[in-house]
Ligand binder design. Structure first.
Ligand SMILES: Nc1ncnc2c1ncn2[C@@H]1O[C@H](COP(=O)(O)OP(=O)(O)OP(=O)(O)O)[C@@H](O)[C@H]1O
Ligand SMILES: [Mg+2]
Length: 312
């Protein structure tokens, strides 16, 4: 049986009327990589900061290796590595000086500081002032610092937001290397579906403080009965009694201004003939028709009513 490194039970955190985290249950196994995917304000940072011991739940319990933050904070600080959503460094320190400073918090020395700089590919930059690093290099330094104490669980809050695709992929490569070499567990928050798909064993879709769906990419798509998607557009606006509901098994989106629609279907052989019959009976001309596999964004949009805004 695989053991859980992290257990979150019934955790809630409210800010006045805002239910930032509204009853989350979550177990993370040793070595597991988990992505928390959600739009702005979903509650990702609040959840992650409670796991990190920075914020405290109003209700519920969080344990890391069976231990709560209260009474075990020193021990737990040695087990976790973290990078916050906004990383601030001292501009006039070099990369190496910064790593040494953070290493000293764990009673570690220059040797370990140099190791992590190497690990995140910043050796050539070790003498550069932090202020002169690119966004991607800065995030790699933040990742290196999170790894200083060889954490059992790594928590990264939007490690690649705002980075260009190359810089993002460099961070992914480091995380993939870590996964193959050491048994660190990872929780990362992201707005990027591709990041969740490429890096993580499990994806958690979160919105308004709740988990809406979770599993591997395939599981999420199957659990929510999304298999295939038909996107179409019409030449003219159909009459008011235009209603596809009886003709498909699955969810429908229709935009009357753009004359575009989407069908989420499980049985193309059954649904499509009915769809075409409907168009024919109403004398409606099809403009475009596209059939594809469902993506995480399809599930996400249907569950939350919103798109994941920033995409790579
Ligand atoms: N200290 C606070 N005081 C009041 N409200 C807060 C506080 N921290 C967070 N919130 C609110 O709680 C909700 C969740 O915020 P949180 O920062 O956890 O979201 P998020 O998923 O990390 O969003 P983003 O993707 O923008 O980082 C938001 O509505 C936010 O405004
Ligand atoms: Mg956040």
């Amino acid at each position: 049986m695989q053991t859980n490194i992290l257990e979150v039970k019934g955790v809630k955190k409210y800010f006045k009327q805002v239910k930032a985290v509204d009853g989350i249950d979550l177990n993370i196994r040793m070595g597991e990589y988990v992505a928390v995917l959600g739009p702005n304000g979903a509650g990702k940072t609040t959840l992650v900061e409670m796991i990190e011991g920075i914020q405290h739940p109003d209700e519920g319990e969080i344990t890391i290796q069976g231990k709560k933050w209260r009474g075990h904070s020193e021990e737990l600080h040695h087990m976790i590595g973290l990078s916050l959503q906004e990383t601030r460094f001292i501009d006039k320190l070099t990369v190496l000086e910064t790593a040494i400073l953070f290493a000293s918090f764990y009673d570690l020395g220059e040797k370990r500081a140099k190791e992590v700089i190497e690990l995140v590919g910043l050796s050539e930059k070790h003498k550069a002032y932090v202020v002169n690093l690119s966004g991607g290099q800065r995030q790699r330094l933040a990742l290196g610092i999170a790894l200083l104490n060889k954490p059992q669980i790594l928590l990264l809050d939007e490690p690649t937001t705002g980075l260009d695709p190359n810089a993002r992929r460099e961070i992914w490569a480091i995380l993939q290397k870590l996964k193959s070499e050491i048994k660190t567990s990872l929780i990362l928050t992201t707005h990027y579906m591709e990041e969740a798909e490429v890096l993580c064993d499990r994806i958690i879709i979160m919105d308004q403080g709740k988990i809406l769906s979770q599993g591997s990419l395939d599981e999420i798509i199957h659990l929510n009965n999304f298999y295939e998607v038909v996107e179409f557009s019409l030449h003219e606006n159909p009459s008011k009694d235009w209603n596809l509901a009886p003709y498909t098994q699955q969810c429908i989106e229709w935009n009357p201004e753009k004359l575009t629609g989407k069908l989420y279907i499980t049985k193309i052989q059954e649904d499509m003939p009915l769809f075409f019959e409907l168009l024919k009976s109403k004398h409606i001309q099809l403009n475009q028709f596209n059939y594809r596999k469902a993506t995480l964004d399809d599930v996400f949009t249907t569950l939350t009513g919103r798109h994941l805004t920033e995409q790579s």
